[in-house]
Design a protein around this ligand. Structure first.
Ligand code: PLP
Length: 389
């Protein structure tokens, strides 16, 4: 018997990838599948960003870079944060990562141990809970539902803090529900955290540029009171359609920078050099393609929400962020997994059951609208036919 560490048994996964694998199988068998399950933009990375990576390779940037990321990229990130959030961030506190995920991985490793409690959104990005369990810490859900517009209230978070709470994970705009935290709740939460100076916050703002209907993103970075315990996660994956490049960044409290850089050195050494040059081009170059992509998502959101609300047994809020909607499907009489499977197998529409994002996701299905308006209309037509049968 191999003597594996027991923690491995507690490590979860992203079941969204299983749905995608099954959808790909069905496609190989010749079935016509519309994919509303995928959590990535359906656009290509803008051309000038690709060219910057090609140029970096041609210019000979083939070697290791500093573990924290190349300075020009960290400076570009600092300028981007100043532009978007009106906040000054020193490049020494910015760490370039291979995607958004390593920031959550490392912060949960830093704060998770048996005896600690870590709060996380449920339904939420599945890796939060998976990693919390891996470390042996107790996962404490922040329940997101229709009553709180799929976000959190300050009261809900503050009331669950105990002396064991080491980290609070928040995600706005959020996956899978598309919820966006209200500014008043963020203000109240930050004020309440003054009573809990030993609790760290990891704010996952990877969808920060995807808000619709006049909503504005409120970054936790704007609150100097918590900067000494705030980890901000952001990156290029969603905003610039760069999920496959594996490029992200995070902002750390000064006291944690050495720790996270040591974790990075032990893990991945550094992020690949051409991707970092591409990251500079993305931040410093024209933003019109980002604007166009967000406008396209907005049009799709305005298409899908009313269509879902017309389906029998469906009720869909429009929380207005990211590129997901999370309709309540309890009126169909099916549970989330059954409806997900029937939509895929019988109607050729890939979606993800809410239970893939936590136990509080039962009764909901995640639809990603990172697909064309035409495909969205056809997919909902097929689901309507399925529900009629
Ligand atoms: N955070 C959230 C909330 C996400 O939905 C995702 C990806 O789906 C990530 C982080 C991970 O992003 P990346 O692909 O850059 O690792």
């Amino acid at each position: 018997m191999l003597q594996l560490v027991p923690n491995l048994q507690r490590l979860g996964t992203e079941t969204a990838f299983e749905v995608l694998a099954r959808a790909a199988d069905l496609q190989r068998q010749g079935k016509d599948i519309i994919n509303l399950g995928i959590g990535q933009p359906d656009f290509k990375t803008p051309g000038h960003i690709v060219e910057a990576a090609v140029k970096a390779l041609r210019d000979g940037h083939h070697g290791y870079t500093p573990a924290q990321g190349i300075l020009p990229l960290r400076e570009a990130v600092a300028r981007d944060l100043a532009r978007r959030h009106g906040v000054e961030v020193h490049p020494d506190t910015i760490v370039i990562m291979p995607g958004g995920k390593p920031t959550m991985f490392f912060s949960i490793l830093m704060f998770g141990h048996p005896g600690a409690e870590i709060m996380y959104p449920d339904p939420g990005f599945p890796i939060y809970r998976s990693m919390i369990q891996y470390t042996g810490a107790k996962p404490v859900p922040i329940v997101q539902n229709e009553d709180n517009q799929f976000s959190f209230t300050a009261e809900q978070v503050l009331s669950q803090i105990t002396p064991k709470t080491s980290l609070i994970i928040l995600n706005s705009p959020g996956n899978p529900c598309g919820g966006a935290a209200a500014k008043e709740e963020i203000e109240k939460l930050v004020a309440g955290l003054a009573l809990h100076p030993d609790v760290a916050v990891m704010s996952d703002e990877i969808y920060s540029q995807m808000l619709y209907g006049g909503r504005k993103h409120e970054s936790f970075l704007r609150y100097p009171e918590i900067r000494d315990r705030l980890i901000l996660l952001d990156g290029w994956s969603k905003t610039y359609a760069m999920t496959g490049w594996r490029l992200g960044f995070s902002v750390w409290p000064k006291s944690l920078v050495d720790h996270v850089v040591r974790l990075a050195v032990n893990c991945h050494s550094c992020v690949n050099a051409p991707a970092q040059f591409a990251g500079i081009a993305a931040l410093e170059g024209p933003q019109d393609e980002v604007v166009k992509m967000v406008q396209a998502f907005d049009e799709r959101r305005r298409t899908i929400v009313p269509l879902l609300n017309q389906l029998p047994g469906f009720r869909c809020l429009d929380p207005g962020g990211a590129f997901y909607v999370f309709p309540n499907i309890t009126g169909t009489g099916m549970d989330a997994r059954e409806l997900q499977n029937r939509m895929l197998e019988q109607a050729g529409v890939a979606t993800v059951a809410g239970t893939s994002f936590g136990i509080h996701g039962e009764g909901f299905i995640r639809f990603s609208y990172a697909n064309s308006v035409e495909n969205i209309r056809e997919a909902i037509k097929r689901v309507a036919a399925l529900l009629r049968d």
